[in-house]
Structure formats: structure tokens, C-alpha cells
Design a protein around this ligand. Structure first.
Ligand code: SF4
Length: 225
């Protein structure tokens, strides 16, 4: 049986994975279009159960119509629901957006707060959304964004065994250098799209194959099967 990897070895392996992925994807960044923290907050709320491409299509018009929190409060819920309908779960998302806009207007002069505690008090904002906003809009390293892609790749790479997003994040912040917390999820998402695809991972051309326990070149079994 293979010897269990020590925490130090796991950290070194993770560092090497990050180093190689940075080289492969030097332009990796948040794929939700935005021009300010508020737009990123709205885009992230819309991205729940929806692709970033679809969100970007919707926000291209949405951000022209609604400039700041007060604009989202001026319209009836029904109108906003129609505007964001194609992102799915549009009733809940409308409640979150209008609830968030209300708190931002009443409590923060229309600005997006910069702490995890304050962001988590906004309706519909959970840790993942708060991490996206803090990391990408303010460059504050509050944690690691864990979405379905990060979860899938972290499992394949043997970086965590946990299933729950908060527990996965707890594992990742221990092994990923803090300076890389924000870029880490972008790198995994880019790598997942290009090479480590859900059903057909391209292990033979993978730049981190050497550091991956799930590679079918080692196991003989495609990880997606
Ligand atoms: S070796 Fe295969 S399973 Fe491992 S990260 Fe690369 S593509 Fe994914």
C-alpha cells in the first residue's frame, strides 16, 4: 500500500501544482464581467446554478439598466425577475439582489462592505460569494472560493477528501500559500475547462500529471469514468 503523504509533502505538491498552472495560465482571472465591486457582487449572486457565460450575457444589458443599488430598488420585483430570468432561480435571486441593495443603501451608503462578517449579513450572500468579492474586487485574501469545479479538481488532485464546501476550503487554506488563495480557484477552473474535463480528462497532455494521483496514466482508469 502506498505510504500516506505527510502534510508537508502535500503542501509542496500543491505549491508545485500552483506553480505549473500559473505558467500554463498566466492570464487566469475571474470570468464574471464587472467594472466595480457592486457589479461583481450582483454577477456572483446570479452565477448560482448558472454558467459564467450566461451570467455575462445577462449582465451586459443588466448593468446598463441598473447602475447602483438604488436602481434595483426602484423597479417592481416582477421586472427584475424578467431581466434575470434566464440565469435560473430568478425569484430567489431577485429577493437576494433587492434585499442586498436595500442593506447596502441603508447601512453602507450604497457601497459594498469589505469584511467577511459584513458581507455574510447580506441576503443571499454566502461564503463563496463573499470570497469572490473580497478576493477579486478588493484583493483581500479571505479564503479560497470553492465551487463545483474547484471541488471536482481538488478531489482528483487528492488535495481534500471532504465533500462539504466549507470543509474543503478549510483543507485548501492549510496547503495553498495565502498569496495564491485568490488565483488558486481561477487556475483550477481554467485547467478543468481545458484539460481536466469532467468526463474526458486529457491526462496525457496535462501539465500537472506528475503531481496527480488520479491520472489514468498511473491508475489505468480514467477518473471521469
Ligand atoms: S492528470 Fe488527468 S486527472 Fe490529473 S489533473 Fe491532469 S487531467 Fe486531471
Amino acid at each position: 500500500m502506498a505510504r500516506k503523504e505527510s502534510k508537508e509533502e502535500l503542501k509542496k505538491r500543491t505549491q508545485e501544482i500552483v506553480r505549473r498552472l500559473k505558467r500554463a495560465f498566466p492570464d487566469a482571472k475571474c470570468s464574471l464581467n464587472h467594472t466595480n465591486p457592486f457589479e461583481l457582487l450582483i454577477a456572483t449572486i446570479l452565477s448560482a446554478q448558472c454558467t459564467d457565460e450566461r451570467v455575462n450575457l445577462v449582465t451586459a444589458d443588466l448593468f446598463r439598466k441598473y447602475r447602483g443599488p438604488e436602481d434595483y430598488l426602484k423597479v417592481p420585483a416582477r421586472e427584475l425577475e424578467t431581466d434575470i430570468q434566464s440565469t435560473g432561480f430568478f425569484r430567489n435571486k431577485t429577493k437576494s439582489i433587492q434585499g442586498t441593495a436595500k442593506v447596502l443603501t441603508e447601512k453602507y451608503h450604497g457601497e459594498v462592505p469589505r469584511t467577511m462578517e459584513e458581507l455574510l449579513e447580506l441576503p443571499g450572500v454566502a461564503r463563496k460569494t463573499a470570497n469572490v468579492v473580497l478576493g477579486n474586487a478588493f484583493e483581500i485574501k479571505s479564503g479560497v472560493v470553492v465551487d463545483t469545479h474547484v471541488t471536482r479538481l481538488s478531489h482528483r488532485l487528492g488535495l481534500t477528501k471532504e465533500k462539504d464546501a466549507q470543509k474543503i476550503e478549510r483543507d485548501l487554506v492549510e496547503i495553498v500559500a495565502k498569496k495564491d488563495w485568490v488565483i488558486f480557484s481561477h487556475l483550477l477552473i481554467y485547467h478543468g475547462r481545458k484539460t481536466c474535463k469532467a468526463r474526458t480528462p486529457l491526462c496525457e497532455e496535462c501539465v500537472i500529471e506528475k503531481y496527480c494521483p488520479s491520472s489514468y496514466l498511473k491508475t489505468g482508469v480514467p477518473p471521469g469514468s
